[in-house]
Design a protein around this ligand. Structure first.
Ligand SMILES: [Zn+2]
Length: 52
């Protein structure tokens, strides 16, 4: 079974707030984490249950 969020055709961008500095970091749905451009800490995307 394929999760719609994992399909590159449904790639979209989400905005996550950095837990450290509160900076709004853009993260693509195919990425698990991105580095905050402000404080250089990692911002993790909340992964859904479809990831085994
Ligand atoms: Zn930050």
């Amino acid at each position: 079974m394929k999760c719609p969020g994992q399909d590159p055709r449904f790639l979209k961008v989400e905005v996550k707030k950095c837990i450290k500095c509160g900076y709004a970091v853009e993260i693509f749905t195919d990425e698990i984490r991105v580095k905050c451009p402000k404080c250089k800490s990692y911002v993790y995307r909340e992964t859904s249950s479809c990831i085994d």
